[in-house]
Design a protein around this ligand. Structure first.
Ligand code: UD1
Ligand code: PEP
Length: 422
């Protein structure tokens, strides 16, 4: 098995460039099957989840060509929706659920293997996806053999959908299907994350008629077809935030390039509370930390609140702050498994239901730790970079689902990290 070995305790200095956003790319790639004609997708992150989405598309029969390191061309000249080969891939990532919306929208039927993805201590429900598809005049079945199927024998018809909870996945999935639904679909109480806006912009660029993405009401006027075009994926808010947190934990001075500063405001503001200096430019952010870290509190919430996908990385910073910090998880019932690993490194953390109380310590000490999920793994890497001595992080397959060239990028700013095969 692969591991990261990290020799910690060094400040980070230099420049790092952020890749395209995972959670936008994993929806835009399935959406490419809805497009007639060639579709060029730029700023694609080279991460496992996105490459799996391309492989699923290819196994269905979509032509895929890589034009350069970050640009892909897709063309759907006919697909096999029943390809058994796609099912195993689908179970490996969460975002495979976007194939339901894309297939149901374009072909009036879909059958996908139950999605995988990070496990936050319980089932990740899909009831709101089901509710949305049913409202659009389709029948949905969650099959006991681990498949979800949906069919719209009389075609999808627009409707008014009020989501019971704010969900990223259901918002994007139902938006995909609604693109081709007859008439108008009004979706309320929707998620507003940057990747929702990015998916809507991609679809509109290809001829869809979607308004309101980024607010809590999205209106989709159904169209007959999508045409080819070119689209560039937004930079990854969470990857950028992860490097910001790494500089905060280790100290140093790093320019983080290819970002949308607006998407980073909630993260910057927390880091500034902790004594980190942040300078925002047009498409980059400079992060500096020379003095001690101050304690703070945070609660994760849907956008524009503090992102749950940055919660473990910020906790790694708080482990080294003066005083007691509280981290409250407002999205996932249990996203604190990483705290057991941080405690092995000398962190003082107590978890009470949805809140972790972190009493800062002057130093963490390197040891063997496990990446229990994607962002937990990122947090362990940050802790390892900041700690004295050597940290070994195992189960890094999770980390590679969502970070392009983490080792290369960290080494570029002075991190002593290597990836080894056990
Ligand atoms: C591939 C992708 O983009 N993953 C992101 C997406 O996951 P994902 O789309 O799975 O997360 P959701 O936004 O749907 O989940 C948010 C909350 O809604 C609940 N819920 C969700 C769906 C549903 O049908 N019913 C329901 O009750 C969930 O249990 C959770 O408490 O958004 C999460 C919240 O920002 C992020 O942590 C994930 O990185
Ligand atoms: C939880 C995440 O991803 P997924 O929903 O794909 O498991 C994440 O990106 O932090």
């Amino acid at each position: 098995m692969e591991k990261y070995i990290i020799h910690g305790g060094h400040p980070l200095e230099g420049e790092v460039t952020i890749s395209g956003a995972k959670n936008a790319a994993v929806a835009i790639v399935p959406a490419a099957l809805m497009v007639d004609g060639p579709c060029i997708i730029e700023n694609v992150p080279n991460i496992v989840d996105v490459m799996l989405q391309f492989e699923i598309l290819e196994k269905m029969g979509v032509n895929i060509e890589q034009l350069d390191a970050t640009t892909f061309r897709t063309e759907n000249t006919g697909v096999n929706l029943e390809s058994e080969e796609t099912f195993e891939h689908m179970t490996k990532l969460r975002a495979s659920y976007y194939f339901i919306g894309a297939e149901l929208g374009r072909y009036g039927r879909a059958r996908v293997a139950m999605p995988g993805g990070c496990n936050f201590g319980g089932i990740r429900p899909v009831d709101q996806h089901v509710k949305g598809f049913e409202k659009l005049n389709s029948f949905v079945r969650v099959e006991s053999e681990g498949f979800i199927s949906a069919i719209a024998p009389e075609g999808l018809v627009g409707n008014h959908i009020y989501f019971d909870v704010v969900t990223v996945g259901a918002t994007m999935n139902v938006m995909l299907a609604a693109v081709f639904a007859k008439g108008q679909t009004v979706m309320e109480n929707v998620a507003k994350e940057p990747h929702i806006v990015d998916l809507a912009n991609f679809l509109n660029q290809m001829g869809a008629d979607i308004k309101g993405a980024g607010t809590d009401k999205i209106i989709v006027n159904g169209v007959e077809r999508l045409h080819g075009g070119t689209y560039s994926i937004i930079p990854d808010q969470i990857e950028a935030g992860t490097y910001m947190a790494a500089v905060a934990a280790c100290g140093g001075d790093v320019l983080i390039k290819n970002v949308i500063p607006k998407h980073l405001e909630c993260i910057s503001s927390k880091l500034e509370d902790m004594g980190v200096k942040i300078d925002m430019y047009d498409d980059s952010v400079r992060v500096r930390r020379t003095g001690p870290l101050r304690h703070t509190n945070l609660k994760t919430l849907p956008y524009p609140g503090f992102p749950t996908d940055m919660q473990p990385q910020m906790a790694a910073v708080m482990c080294l702050a003066d005083g007691s910090s509280h981290v409250t998880e407002g999205v996932w019932a249990n996203r604190f498994r990483y705290t057991e690993e941080m405690i092995k490194m000398g962190a003082h953390i107590n978890v009470f239901k949805e809140t972790a109380v972190i009493d800062g310590v002057p130093d963490l000490n390197g040891t063997d730790v496990v990446a229990h999920d994607l962002r937990a793994g990122a947090a362990m890497v940050i802790a390892g970079l900041a700690a004295h001595g050597t940290t070994t992080v195992s189960q890094i397959g999770y980390v590679e689902r969502g970070y392009e060239d983490l080792v290369g990028k960290l080494r570029g700013i002075g991190g002593e990290i290597e990836r080894v095969e056990d």
